[in-house]
Ligand binder design. Structure first.
Ligand code: NBP
Length: 471
């Protein structure tokens, strides 16, 4: 019989997705540029409903119509190359799905291009890494609603399930799915950095790695319950087989990145949306990668000798609050960006739905996402997540500890870029008065940019003839 689904690109993600789809009762045809990989993969799974193909022609011919073909190759030019090779082999209404981490503007371009050829296209963000792909990822598909309806049974059956709900919804048209996946990755950067800052403070306060593992394991039982907290506890427990030391202490402090965090920053800048927590997280990775410079600077640039020993006992609860509050700020900013772009592009996004599909399968899955869903269900027009009753109360409850943690870190010369950027956002957002009055004076001074007055209606602009400055 002909296959229900086809997948091109049998690397980590592709192989695991194929096994997932097959396990839900579908027959899957597979193709990989390097055909030995195809044979090796299918050979490793005897008895499964997998069809190995060695040419794209055979691959396409092995699929039931309308064909459903998911591309799972390296993002960028390889996706275009595969699409070009497929086009002459496909027929009207066949569906091509790009499940890689494609830039949403590439997805918009491909969507329009394929539509012009009578083909249907879905750009779907897939999160969850290897394990998610195999057992159930969160899927963020973008494209025409009518195409989503065709793909829905397969996507819903392979997605992660939380409270019986599949972690997939139709995000919106065109690039909306890949866009939301990009923001998901930005938020993931923020979550990871916040956890690392907590770890760094605990380390400076003299906690052993095992003690820290116990803290994160305990946090994972409470409000902060999340996949990233869970794996942090497990990672801290891991011992290096060669030295017997905690493995994390043997890992070089140089972080890599693949670009989705930077894409998020660029998009935020284009839309004038503040995402300072994610920004701090991306920049923290950049500075971490400059290890050689940091080693030199550590011998020249002075700071205090950290001494957090007196704070050790109280620190755990305070850092917990600082982490939670900062995380709320990070999601507030992420959703602000999603909302801004969604409105600009008329994507008709369901913010509560987006938070709810992130509860399972994906890297940022967390208990507290339920609260975001509730906030948007209660008030779909919510302007800023921090003002939703639950988060408002949470921030009021945690802000004192949060400040104490940031102050302690600053006094001890311990960098907490994401904690402090989040707090600065909180304090700026809640400030009735900011010093931008002086800023407007400066702008009017040197550039005659004009200003509004506190005693005059909004939208009325004034200019002052400032004194001339010489020299
Ligand atoms: P990679 O991103 O490492 O891509 C490897 C695959 O791309 C191989 O099948 C390779 O074929 C194929 N490929 C390349 Br490279 N250039 C090609 C070309 N010009 N034509 C045809 N095939 C080509 O694989 P991955 O890590 O499984 O990720 C796949 C996608 O999923 C990426 O977009 C990634 O960003 C995204 N993603 C990954 C993860 C993760 O945890 N790894 C999570 C979420 C999303 P070959 O075998 O012949 O070299």
């Amino acid at each position: 019989p002909l296959s229900d689904f086809g997948l091109i690109g049998l690397a980590v993600m592709g192989q695991n997705l194929v096994l997932n789809v097959e396990s839900r009762g579908f027959q899957v045809s597979v193709f990989n540029r390097t055909t030995a990989t195809t044979d090796e993969f299918v050979g490793r799974h005897p008895g499964k409903k997998l069809i190995a193909t060695h040419t794209l022609e055979d691959f396409v011919q092995s699929l039931a119509k309308p064909r459903k073909i998911q591309i799972m190759v390296k993002a960028g030019a390889p996706v275009d190359q595969v699409i070009e090779q497929l086009i002459p082999l496909l027929e009207k209404d066949d569906i091509v799905i790009d499940g890689g981490n494609s830039l949403y503007t590439d997805t918009e371009r491909r969507d329009a291009y394929l539509a012009g050829k009578g083909l249907r296209f879905i750009g779907a963000g897939v999160s969850g890494g290897e394990e998610g792909a195999r057992k159930g990822p969160a899927i963020m598909p973008g494209g025409p609603a009518s195409t989503w309806e065709v793909m829905k049974p397969i996507f819903e059956s392979i997605a992660a399930k939380v409270d019986g709900q599949p972690c997939v919804i139709h995000i919106g048209p065109g690039g909306a799915g890949h866009y939301v996946k990009m923001i998901h990755n930005g938020i993931e950067y923020g979550d990871m950095q916040l956890i690392c800052e907590a770890y760094n403070l605990f380390k400076a306060a003299g906690f052993t790695t095992d003690e820290m593992a116990a803290i994160f394991n305990e946090w994972n039982e409470g409000e902060l319950q999340s996949y990233l907290i869970q794996i942090t506890g497990k990672a801290l427990e891991q011992k290096d087989p060669d030295t017997g030391k905690p493995l994390v202490e043997m890992i070089l402090d140089k972080a890599g990145q693949k670009g989705t965090g930077q894409w998020t920053l660029i998009n935020a800048a284009e839309n004038a949306v503040v995402i300072s927590t994610i920004n701090a997280a991306v920049e923290a990775r950049v500075l971490s990668s400059q290890k050689k410079q940091r080693v030199i600077a550590s011998k020249q640039l002075q700071g205090p000798t950290p001494d957090l020993s007196a704070e050790k006992k109280a620190l755990v609860a305070k850092v917990h609050d600082a982490l939670y509050a900062s995380k709320v700020v990070s999601y507030t900013q992420g959703f602000d960006l999603i909302k801004t772009m969604g409105e600009k592009r008329n994507w008709g996004l369901d913010f509560g739905g987006i938070a709810s599909i992130w509860r399972g399968g994906c890297i940022i899955r967390a208990r507290f996402l339920n609260r975001i869903t509730e906030a948007y269900r209660d008030d779909p027009a919510l302007v800023n997540l921090m003002l939703a009753p639950f988060f408002n109360a949470l921030l009021n409850r945690t802000q004192q500890s949060w400040r104490e943690v940031v102050a302690l870190a600053v006094r001890n010369g311990i960098p907490v870029p994401a904690f402090s950027a989040s707090l600065a956002y909180y304090d700026s957002y809640r400030a009735e008065q900011l010093p931008a009055n002086l800023l407007q004076a400066q702008r009017d001074f040197f550039g005659a940019h004009t200003y509004e007055r506190v005693d005059q209606p909004e939208g009325k602009f004034f200019h002052t003839e400032w004194p001339e400055v010489i020299g």
